[in-house]
Design a protein around this ligand. Structure first.
Ligand code: CU
Length: 335
């Protein structure tokens, strides 16, 4: 049974901090780095989709019609988002060049869709934006296992990591019709070099239960045209149960925090408070999520997993469109 649970760790190995090109407003939460696999190389493919429709003011959900009658937005060229879907495919590779050390590379491809409304001529006009897609920001990180209770198949281990999110994704995409730059949070990349840090704890409680916990921090540096995404922090914990020989079930609890963005030169309409989609004063969040998941172990050292993240609590400093749910599916193999 213990080797089956190691498959969980193997799959966790590749979850480098995949913090969004888009800071906290949307996109993926940073996920933890893992501990140890049985081999020294592994590959993982992830698909994640975040559906955003709820508009939250403080901690309360607002009806879209109420938002559209808010005098802050009901002005000439005011903007309110209706629905946004952010998809992300990530190919990750992990390689362990020596004992205790792992190097991770995560290459995302993003696809963002948005329906939004603009107030023009005394009425709201709703339209679908061009899909924005392309290479996202690549994350390269290194991890070191600072503690393990034994050298072979440890039951408890602590790993720390540091890396950089690189500005490989485009961050100045314009819409084909208006030629305006699309929203900062809808761009494939942030344009910035962002340091990322992580710490992961793994505890194999017994042959049936595995507990993992990780903490992640990303520093948002000034990027494209001086736009700066806020720093993000996340705390994740998950308990996995080896229900069947070929299947684990898990339940995770996640906390996510994002500082507010800053657009000092107003290059992405970050100073325009009639645009709910862009004003930096409408960014920032604190949220708590529940993440049930299931993991299949079809062959040795292969895993297929699916998890859903549902918000239990969401708070934003002012008003924001927030994620309703996120689905993450992945397949990994190690050797
Ligand atoms: Cu839009």
């Amino acid at each position: 049974m213990q080797t089956k649970l190691y498959a969980v760790i193997l799959s966790a190995l590749l979850l480098v901090p995949s913090a969004s090109s888009a800071g906290g407003f949307c996109c993926q939460m940073p996920t933890g780095v893992g501990t140890t696999g049985s081999g020294n190389t592994s590959l993982r493919l992830d698909y994640a989709v975040s559906h955003m429709e709820r508009i939250i003011s403080g901690s309360a959900e607002k009806d879209i019609d109420e938002v559209k009658s808010d005098p802050r937005f009901r002005k000439m060229n005011g903007v309110v988002p209706d629905v946004m879907d952010m998809e992300r495919f990530t190919v990750s590779a992990a390689y362990s060049p020596m004992d205790r050390v792992t190097v991770n590379l995560a290459i995302p491809y993003v696809k963002n869709n948005m329906v939004m409304s603009m107030f023009m001529g005394g009425m709201w006009r709703t339209g679908t934006m061009d899909t924005v897609s392309g290479l996202g920001d690549v994350v390269l990180s290194g991890n070191y296992m600072i503690y393990r209770d034994r050298d072979v198949m440890p039951a408890r281990a602590i790993t720390v990591g540091a890396g950089v999110k690189m500005p490989t994704g485009e961050s100045t995409v314009t819409s084909s019709g208006t030629k305006n730059r699309v929203h900062a949070h809808m761009q494939p990349g942030s344009g910035s070099w962002d340091p990322v840090f992580s710490a992961t704890y793994m505890n194999m409680i017994n042959s049936d239960f595995l507990l993992t916990a990780d903490a992640n921090y990303q520093i948002g540096m000034p990027g494209s045209l001086n736009y700066e995404f806020g720093d993000t922090a996340s705390l994740n914990t998950s308990l996995s149960y080896n229900a069947l020989d070929w299947m684990n079930v898990s339940l995770g609890l996640n906390y996510f925090h994002a500082e507010q963005n800053d657009d000092p030169d107003n290059k992405y309409n970050g100073n325009d408070s009639k645009r709910l989609t862009d004003y930096s004063g409408y960014t920032g969040e604190d949220s708590i999520w529940l993440s049930p998941g299931v993991q299949f172990l079809p062959f040795n050292n292969w895993t297929v997993d699916v998890k859903v993240q549902c918000p239990l609590y969401t708070h934003t400093p002012d008003i924001s469109q927030m994620t309703d749910y996120r689905v993450i599916a992945g397949i990994s193999a190690g050797w």
